[in-house]
Design a binder for this molecule. Structure first.
Ligand code: ZN
Length: 447
């Protein structure tokens, strides 16, 4: 506490200085505040929208005020509850953002930056999109992946985190209907996993080398369908923000599991597993030997020593299969980034396997699982995210995006709300000249 008091005057001075600099910068026109309109960057940045709490699980559901569901019912993205009625309540204003007008005065734009620029459609109205293609690149879209110059563009764990879409949050449990199956289930009646509402506990049996006891995730589709909402489904690219839009849905292979893990961390093993068309990848934390081992379909991928994190207090674990690579991190530190597929998907990504109104019948194989052996552990705040699924301009189409390389001064931009966004995929001249950028866009969630 003494240290805190000693530093307090300095902190006050720094805060005052920072406030003054921000005010000066605003006055000099470095930052320009604007409000987002339209749905093309949802759900990271939303325009005018409605909001409600799901009557079943209490998760916040937001949807486009310009295109509300026609039947007046909002389907919950988290639990699939269909009887959320559109409110007569207020329309919430679009997200307020700051345009940093000098962001590119000293450096070039980076891929994944969110930028504001004057559009060719209407130069008087600035648009906000994300940069996905850099000068000179030839951009394509294959099975949801972004491909530049014939190579899948690979995101870091931090980049994936910044644009992934939340599709399940264990903190929001449905309560209206009794006896719904649990989203996280143990695989056998003899399992030592106990899945409670907001946490999953594993009791050690003292068997360090014994079999891995698995807790598996069952995804619920979260869209209007004829099948029960609890029927296991692959993770699809549906989006609750524009749920009145009827279109074919695609299976999303690229997923991220995020969870809080608390364990004494002195013995036994913990495992996190994610599967996709690329294979089944597992990351094992081995407390006996203090190492992390990663596998793909039982073949070793990488091995490293286990850093000293505060496992007993709890750590944030993230594991993802994304862009043909395995990603793993603890407390925000990326520890594993291992390519598992060097190839480029051969499909354009338009061959959707699932209709909006049908459910999958072949989803019994769990895509995500957490395992334990000989270790006591509590897993909390389980969240599942999906990567953005990049589509060509129109469905169906043979086009793969820009067929010609971008000019040396041009960028390819897309809105995160891929099926709705009007962007480089649609314009006769796809590229946005760098000198038409108004600046980089910042908002609280981007920091
Ligand atoms: Zn819900």
């Amino acid at each position: 506490m003494a240290v805190g008091r000693r530093w307090l005057p300095s902190l006050v001075v720094v805060a005052l200085l920072a406030g003054g600099i921000i005010r000066l910068a605003g006055w000099q026109g470095v930052w320009k505040p604007v409000r987002v309109s339209g749905a093309s960057m949802a759900t990271a940045l939303v325009g005018e929208h409605h909001r409600l709490f799901c009557r079943d699980c209490q998760a916040i559901c937001r949807y486009d005020a310009a295109e509300p569901p026609r039947d007046g019912r909002v389907i919950c993205w988290n639990c699939g509850f269909v009887n959320n009625h559109t409110p007569d309540g207020p329309i919430f204003a679009g997200q307020r953002v700051l345009i940093d007008r000098f962001a590119y005065a000293w450096r070039k734009p980076n891929r994944w930056d969110v930028v504001a620029f004057a559009t060719p459609d209407d130069p008087s109205r600035p648009a906000v999109k994300r940069i996905v293609g850099l000068p000179g690149e030839r951009i394509e879209f294959r099975r949801g992946d972004l491909v530049a110059d014939g190579h899948v563009v690979r995101k870091s764990l931090a980049q994936l985190r910044s644009l992934a879409v939340l599709v399940h949050d264990q903190a929001y449990q449905p309560r209206q209907e009794e006896k719904l199956p649990a989203r996280w289930q143990s695989e056998s009646p003899a399992s030592r996993w106990h899945a409670a509402e907001s946490r999953c506990d594993f009791e050690t049996d003292g068997n360090r080398e014994g079999f891995m006891d698995w807790l598996v995730y069952r995804h619920w589709p979260g869209y209007a369908g004829t099948a029960p909402r609890t029927r296991p489904s692959p993770i699809l690219d549906n989006d609750s923000y524009n749920q009145q839009l009827s279109r074919r849905l695609n299976t999303v292979d690229d997923v991220l599991l995020s969870c809080w893990t608390r364990t004494p961390g002195q013995r036994g093993r913990l495992a996190y597993e994610v599967a996709s068309r690329h294979g089944r990848c597992r990351v094992e934390l081995r407390f006996d030997t203090r190492e992390i081992a990663a596998f793909r379909d039982s073949h070793p991928l990488s091995r490293l020593s286990l850093p000293r994190f505060a496992f007993a207090r709890g750590v944030l674990v993230e594991v993802a299969l994304c862009d043909g690579q395995l990603l793993f991190g603890i407390d925000g530190h990326e520890l594993i980034r291992e390519a598992i597929d060097e190839g480029v998907p051969d499909s354009a990504g338009t061959a959707a396997e699932f209709e909006n109104t049908t459910a999958d019948s072949n989803a019994s194989r769990p895509q995500i699982a957490v395992g334990a052996a000989g270790v006591a552990v509590t897993i909390e705040r389980l969240q599942v995210y999906r990567d953005i699924y990049y589509l060509p301009a129109a469905i169906p189409t043979d086009a793969l995006g820009a067929s010609e390389p971008l000019e040396p001064n041009e960028l390819f931009v897309i809105g995160d709300n891929v099926p709705v966004s009007h962007d480089s995929r649609h314009w006769p001249q796809p590229g946005v000249p760098i000198d038409r950028l108004l600046g980089r866009v910042w908002w609280p969630g981007s920091l």
